[in-house]
Ligand binder design. Structure first.
Ligand SMILES: [Zn+2]
Length: 550
């Protein structure tokens, strides 16, 4: 590798950071253009302009696009190919306050931070004063990662006669939003593979890497990735006037019991090879009563972020149904207990409250209503879907909820029930066990890269990149039963929410992440540690690629 690779990486990282590219703004297009321009100036792309192109995000109001850059080695005639991705968008800059105008100018920002250093948290101040860190929005998440790939491709392309194998890099937009960049890239990658007969070996991301706990000195390389589902609950209670409190059942009370049963409960942690996913955490809980009145709410909803390492949608659905049923039952039991006490205080005759705990999946609800209405239900839902799609202000999450409400409203059964469903999006986890030759080759390639890189840093490779990212789209479960459990229980799937699941299944790639090291992603103190990021991470990326293509 050339001596000044580190300088080249820093230069590209700064150029990319200077282009402010906050997700969901026109700046994203500027960043893609910048990536394209940097590649265009390389000799290789002057000779092979058709190996560099934009991939449009379909029907995007901002006209966003990703960049696809290909390098084909001239040595041998290898079809072996390593895929790489990096996102070029960032989160917003309002967190910088008065320093906002410097957010995308790392050296000036770092200077400015010196001026206000007494106001900074101690660790930030220490890093700032060490001179080993550089600050800036997107520099860490993840333009330095993009720069690592781009500089390495430049380096490799300069000696293309001696390079055996192929590299494909997708610089994608909208990763911090709805992943529209990656989702539109996936079908292109499948097309390329089929047209050119390429053998895809792995999908490498260079998104950021940070300490996992206070005082953690390890520098990580991750093989595989965490996944995410959002199990959701539509709770139907029984309305009553507050003057007849025990005649109803409050959906808020059932929902709170579900929250207590599931939220941050380690029973629901996915564990694989000793690596523990975070427990579910609630993202929303509210009742669906629009007005104030002295009638209790009729329905309520809540949903969770559920991290996965091994659990598939069908399994998560079953676990959530069971948990909701237990929570519902405990609500009934405690209500009954209170009613008994109330009756004794008021000297009234006690009879057990009539409630029955029950839960069903969205799929089961749909079947029950279909049993009553027949095909008319499909037609009705079709019309409602078309109507709802017209309303662009309706968010994915609310779309799914509204769908559940609509289907439930068509059911003759008005008794209390909890409907369990999935709110989009879905990010599959990818667990690299080493069972296939491809997985084994990747594990070996990474192990060798880590073991042969001499450095003062403590390098550790682990399973499961711990942050939700576009890496999840490199594969999808193949069992039709699992996919059915997802599709049939995620209202809006196939209409409002689309996932190229067949293409993800075709790619079926083992994935990994080797990122720049830094701290405080998504905070105004976002920063990279220069030495590791510009010197060590690129070596690991380079070695892993070369090991794979060997
Ligand atoms: Zn990122």
């Amino acid at each position: 590798m050339i001596k000044n690779l580190a300088e080249r990486i820093e230069k590209i990282a700064l150029e990319l950071t200077n282009v402010l590219s906050v997700v969901d703004t026109a700046g994203e297009v500027d960043a893609s253009q910048k990536v394209y321009d940097i590649f265009s100036k390389m000799d290789y792309y002057k000779e092979h302009p058709n190996h560099l192109r934009f991939i449009d995000v379909p029907n995007d109001t901002l006209g966003r696009k990703s960049v696809l850059a290909i390098i084909k080695g001239k040595k041998g005639n290898s079809n072996k190919t390593v895929l790489m991705i990096g996102h070029t968008d960032t989160v917003g800059v309002s967190d910088y306050g008065i320093l906002k105008e410097y957010a995308n100018k790392p050296y000036e920002l770092t200077e400015k931070l010196h001026e206000i250093r007494s106001t900074l948290p101690e660790e930030v101040r220490r890093d700032l004063e060490s001179g080993e860190y550089l600050f800036g929005r997107g520099l860490f998440d993840m333009k330095t990662g993009d720069a690592i790939i781009m500089a390495l491709m430049e380096e490799i392309s300069e000696d293309i006669d001696n390079f055996e194998g192929n590299l494909i890099f997708g610089a994608v937009c909208d990763e911090e939003g709805n992943s529209s960049g990656m989702l539109s890239l996936i079908p292109e990658l499948v097309k390329l593979q089929e047209e050119e007969g390429l053998d895809y070996l792995a999908l490498l991301d260079t998104d950021y890497m940070t300490s996992e706990f206070e005082g953690d000195e390890n520098k990580y390389v991750y093989v595989g990735t965490v996944g995410k589902l959002m199990p959701s609950f539509y709770v139907v209670g029984k309305e009553t006037h507050v003057g007849e409190a025990f005649k109803g059942i409050d959906p808020n009370q059932i929902s709170s019991s579900i929250l207590n049963r599931i939220n941050l409960n380690a029973d629901f942690c996915d564990v694989a090879e000793g690596e523990v996913a975070l427990p579910p955490i609630s993202l929303k809980q509210r009742d669906l009563k629009p007005e104030y009145s002295v009638q209790i709410a009729k329905t309520s909803t809540l949903f969770f972020n559920y991290s996965t390492h091994i659990s598939t949608p069908d399994e998560v659905l079953e676990k959530m149904k069971k948990a909701a049923l237990e929570a519902f039952q405990s609500t009934i039991d405690s209500l009954d207990e209170q009613y008994k006490r109330f009756c004794s205080l008021a000297d009234r005759e006690y009879t057990r409250l009539p409630w029955q705990a029950r839960t069903m999946s969205y799929d089961e609800l749909y079947e029950a209503v279909k049993g009553e209405m027949g095909d008319e239900l499909d037609e009705k839902i079709d019309t409602i879907t078309k109507e709802m799609l017209k309303d662009e202000s309706l968010d994915l999450r609310d779309f799914a909820l509204k769908m559940v409400e609509e289907v439930h409203s068509l059911w003759s059964d008005r008794e209390p029930v909890v409907i369990v469903y999935f709110t989009p999006p879905y990010y599959p986890h990818i667990y690299i066990e080493g069972n296939t030759p491809k997985e084994k080759a990747l594990l070996d390639a990474v192990a060798d890269a880590v073991n042969t890189t001499e450095t003062d840093y403590k390098l550790v490779y682990k399973k499961f990149f711990p942050y939700i990212s576009d890496l999840s789209y490199g594969a999808a479960p193949k069992d039709p039963k699992i996919i059915a459990a997802l599709k049939d229980n995620m209202p809006g799937y196939g209409s409002k929410y689309e996932l190229p699941i067949e293409d993800m299944q075709k790619l079926d790639l083992p994935v990994l992440d080797i990122g720049a090291f830094g701290k405080d992603a998504h905070k105004f103190t976002e920063r990279i540690e220069k030495k590791y990021s510009f010197q060590v991470a690129p070596k690991l990326v380079y070695k892993t690629i070369m090991n794979l293509l060997k």
